[in-house]
Design a protein around this ligand. Structure first.
Ligand SMILES: Nc1ncnc2c1ncn2[C@@H]1O[C@H](COP(=O)(O)OP(=O)(O)OP(=O)(O)O)[C@@H](O)[C@H]1O
Length: 142
């Protein structure tokens, strides 16, 4: 059964460029409630763990370097049909292909530095949320 939560993180480029406030405002305006939020500087090891599924890909090392280049802002969000709707809301991984008005169309710089992450399934949303937040932090009722 689909849950109503997804996991996102504002990536280092968007934080460094001062876009985190605008992105959070758009997320809230689109109807997502913020269940949990923090600011984190990942270690290389943590970035490698988070993106372990990509470890054989040619961009893996560069991705881990990028993800540790500045702080990120991980969040757990709540809304009906959260996972699928949020993927549409942020737009394509490649910003050149992202629809007008999406977060990536507005703020992404490249395929790698693409401003924001969104979980691709309910199962991954739960795993990724627990990567950054304790059970207690995720208990919040909105
Ligand atoms: N070909 C590539 N070159 C460089 N970086 C890439 C490439 N493909 C993916 N990435 C980076 O790895 C991340 C994870 O890739 P994935 O295919 O899971 O994309 P996604 O599901 O759209 O992104 P995310 O999981 O961050 O929401 C991308 O968001 C991007 O930062």
């Amino acid at each position: 059964m689909p849950t109503n939560r997804t996991f996102t993180m504002i990536k280092p480029d968007a934080v460094a460029d001062g876009h985190s406030g605008a992105i959070i405002q758009q997320i809230e305006s689109a109807g997502y409630k913020i269940v949990a939020i923090k600011k984190v500087l990942l270690t290389k090891e943590q970035a490698g763990q988070f993106y372990a599924i990509h470890k054989e890909r040619p961009f893996f090392e560069s991705l881990c370097n990028y993800m540790t280049s500045n702080v990120i802002i991980p969040m757990v969000l709540e809304k009906g049909n959260a996972v699928q709707d949020f993927r549409t809301f942020i737009g394509s991984t490649n910003p050149e292909l992202a629809e007008a008005g999406t977060i990536r169309k507005q703020f992404a710089k490249s395929m790698e530095a693409n401003a924001i992450h969104g979980s691709d399934s309910d199962e991954n949303a739960e795993i990724e949320g627990k990567f950054f937040f304790s059970e207690k932090e995720l208990e919040q009722r909105l």
